[in-house]
Design a protein around this ligand. Structure first.
Ligand code: NAP
Length: 240
């Protein structure tokens, strides 16, 4: 049985390493990052062309099961995969790392709500870690932004006052504390991505008394089976 592994995360790479070469897997990346960290085993790159394209691709490539280990905020890919698999009767599993505990943070439903909160409360120095696609709602803000991203955002979405830092985690507590202090940050904006690799910023902000605005995860499609760890996903594949 050939398994499609929807990736772009550390968990997807870890699962590929667990399954390859014993299982016939193919990993899929969206192709947004010019120099992506590649999983072991066969990899395809680029969108499928919506639900119809994905359905055709699954049939043409004789896929017997799909593990969706995309980022918890990759909601469109997950919606498409859930629908295509349901229509074809292909077993489908979501591997979604556990969310962070939002206690003590300002929880918002979207990046737009996060931008509204920054404006309402008059924050002036923002560490923005919502990714290149999460910058646009802040474009009209008067605050200063330190924008930490893997790939640069388009120029037209950037707020007036900003500095872009290109980097990829993991980040440690001491470096995160220094970044927040040195840049006199008064609010951190983050998605509730979960996972250990980028979690240190939360403890550093808490210890420095800096407000954290945390964007809730989009809900999973109704009725899908989801697990939180690579071990559980590997066990699901082995059971198939
Ligand atoms: P998205 O909004 O859910 O998906 C938009 C479109 O990108 C999909 O409809 C699909 O195009 C294509 N796509 C997304 N993931 C794909 C994959 N693994 N393989 C092939 N095509 C894919 O996705 P996104 O939030 O932009 O994320 C894109 C990629 O970056 C994902 O692989 C995700 O795991 C990774 N990532 C995302 C975030 C985040 O915060 N969103 C953070 C870290 C990593 P078609 O409709 O043409 O099939």
């Amino acid at each position: 049985m050939r398994i499609l592994l929807l990736g772009g995360t550390g968990e997807a790479r870890a699962l590929a390493a667990r399954l390859h070469p014993d299982c016939d897997i193919v990993s899929s990346l969206a192709g947004r990052v010019p120099d992506p960290a590649l999983p072991v085993g066969p990899v395809r790159v680029g969108g499928f062309g919506g639900v119809d394209g994905l359905r055709q691709w699954l049939r043409a490539n004789d896929i017997g099961a799909v593990v969706d280990a995309t980022h918890p905020f990759a909601a469109t890919m997950t919606a498409h995969a859930a629908q295509a698999c349901a229509e074809l009767g292909v077993p489908y599993l979501v591997l979604s790392r556990p969310a962070w505990d939002p206690a003590g943070t300002v929880q918002v439903a979207s990046d737009v709500e996060a931008a509204d909160h920054i404006a309402e409360k008059g924050f002036s120095r923002v560490l923005l870690t919502t990714g290149r696609s999460g910058v646009r709602p802040f474009a009209g803000s008067d605050a200063w932004f330190l924008i930490r991203v893997v790939t640069p955002p388009d120029a037209e979405v950037l707020p007036r006052n900003h500095e872009v830092v290109l980097s990829r985690g993991p980040y440690g507590y001491d470096d995160e504390s220094a970044l927040l202090r040195d840049n006199r940050i008064d609010v951190l904006v983050t998605k509730n991505s979960g996972g250990a690799l980028t979690e240190a910023k939360l403890a550093a902000a808490r210890d420095l008394g800096i407000t954290v605005v945390m964007i809730d995860r989009p809900p999973l499609p109704a009725g899908v089976t989801a697990v939180g760890t690579v071990d559980e996903a590997a066990a699901w594949v082995e059971r198939l």
